[in-house]
Design a binder for this molecule. Structure first.
Ligand code: BT5
Length: 283
């Protein structure tokens, strides 16, 4: 039998009509348009190109049931089987000054981790800069990733990928996990997507109202509280092969991770300047 969109009953399709009804609503002024595509290369690529062509409004939410060329940072790939998770991008036109935009993926992490914990009953944490982890039972696994891309002087496309029903034999890398593997109470993607978009709207609204100030909007505090990287010994691999070893002691006002060397020298590193962040003892 040829697989079709109805063939995997454990992975029902998203309900575009119900999502629109719930989110394109006066209670949620941020969201202006929502579309569920069957298959696309990458929701980020598609939304960036629509934005460049003048075909997307701020507040657009583009969701795909399948991505054939999902992207991570630095040309890495994001891969997951069709309907095994949530793959979506949103178009933002931030009012805050561009120097503050680095907080957008971080506040998205706060929003998504909180929403997943509440709706699926899974313990979550954030690995700096933008990995969402399931943190139950002595192990941490990456269940989500965030990719923010600046389109031009006005627009940012923010993409989020979340593993929902991914099974052990489907994991793209051994460090990956999913809500189902973490023992989630519910793996129905519609309510999870709604909860993540509502939580994002809430945090983004607070941050915007504070002109992007991470401290007065409480984004910095919430990020630090959820960030499992803080207090750990880390090895930051920088472009060009340089490595920085030390303890991750803080996230600063620009969203950079502050690494203190054994000699006590503190150095902030920006997400854009880091290739990998690993445990100091790991490979
Ligand atoms: C990320 O990059 O984690 C950002 C991923 C963003 C994906 C969303 S999906 C919707 C939107 N459209 C897109 O095309 N992208 C966004 P990074 O930190 O570079 O991590 C990438 C690495 O995560 C890969 O090199 C793999 O090691 C690992 N990985 C790939 N697929 C994964 C998955 N499904 N679950 C967990 N880890 C994965």
């Amino acid at each position: 039998m040829t697989p079709n969109r109805w063939s995997d009953l454990s992975r029902p399709p998203l309900n575009q009509t119900a999502l629109r009804r719930a989110l394109l609503h006066e209670k949620h002024p941020l969201w202006t348009h929502l579309e569920v595509l069957d298959s696309v290369t990458s929701t980020n690529t598609e939304l960036v190109s629509r934005t460049r062509a003048g075909e997307a409004r701020p507040g657009t939410v583009l969701v795909a049931e399948e991505q054939t060329a999902g992207r991570g940072r630095l040309d890495r790939a994001w891969s997951a089987p069709a309907r095994s998770g949530l793959f979506f991008s949103v178009l933002l036109r931030p009012h805050a000054a561009a120097e503050r935009w680095g907080w957008i993926p971080l506040l998205a992490g706060v929003a998504a981790a909180g929403a997943l914990a509440r709706t699926a009953g899974v313990d979550t944490g954030l690995k700096w800069p933008n990995d969402i982890l399931a943190t139950g039972a002595d192990e941490e696994r990456k269940i989500g990733g965030i990719l923010a891309e600046r389109v031009d002087d006005e627009h940012v496309v923010l993409g989020i990928g979340l593993n929902v029903t991914l099974r052990e034999d489907e994991l793209p890398v051994p460090t990956a996990g999913s809500l189902a593997l973490a023992g989630a109470q519910g793996t129905d993607r519609d309510p999870i997507l709604r909860a993540v978009l509502r939580a994002f709207e809430d945090w983004y609204g607070r941050w915007s109202a504070a002109d992007g100030d991470p401290a007065s909007s409480d984004v910095l505090e919430a990020y630090a509280a959820g960030c499992v990287t803080l207090g750990r010994s880390v090895r930051a691999m920088l472009p060009g092969g340089e490595e920085l070893l030390g303890e991750a002691v803080a996230v600063d006002g620009d969203g950079r991770l502050v690494i203190a060397s054994e000699q006590g020298v503190q150095r902030p590193v920006a997400a854009g300047d880091i290739v990998h962040l690993r445990p100091a003892t790991g490979k």
